[in-house]
Design a protein around this ligand. Sequence first.
Ligand code: F6R
Length: 251
Amino acid sequence: AEIIIVRDEEEAGRLYATCVAKLIRRKPDAVLGLATGSSPLAAYRALAGEIGKDGLDVSRVRGFALDEYIGLPLDHPESYHSTIHRTVVGPLGLDPALVHVPGDALDGAPLSDEALVAPAGAAYDAAIEAAGGIDVQILGIGTDGHVGFNEPGSSLASGTRVKTLAEQTRLDNARFFDDDVDKVPTHCITQGIGTIMKARHLVLLAFGAGKAEAIEETVEGGVSSFCPASALQLHPHATVIVDEAAASRLR
Ligand code: F6R
């Protein structure tokens, strides 16, 4: 992977925005891979700032998000459907009909609704394929090396599928659910590492000392399902953008 060390999230955001703006000028119906979490927020803000400059038009841009909880109504404020629409679709002025989140077809159905849940992963991968694949996939990374909801141990060849959330992830995310872990869904649907690896360009963003170990494992460790992000080493076009703190354990 190409490693770029930046001063702060704003500088990282500008790099992402420059790259994506160039893509959209060349391909007005570009397909963006979108992530939730805090790491990409400055990048979305920077991209929003580019729109309209020299006529940059995003009305035909398409999007596919990485992951979603199972069992939350789509309009629940913490669903990734809501989050992506609030933090990306709205601020960028994308066409909401062109932006997809893996749980959309479930429409809040519970895990027990097998008829809906079972085919959803393969259908999402098929939709990405039908769109011609993802041009640029933005990624954050968990302190344990997860990407999307692919926790350590996830197959590096996996497609979009239903997963059980790790207990630690549910505890970490309880802060978004009134600090009540019982309100955190137990399952999710996430693009697989194999899905993510099909995107033509991966841009992984990580900031702060808390990510230093995960970045070291991702970039300099062996490729292993125990650090799902390490699959990036096998990608022909992966860019890792980190601040000094997140880069602090790199040789
Ligand atoms: C986001 C996602 C997660 C986050 C990761 C880092 O859709 O699936 O993998 O990217 O947990 O989160 P932040 O950026 O909040 O540190």
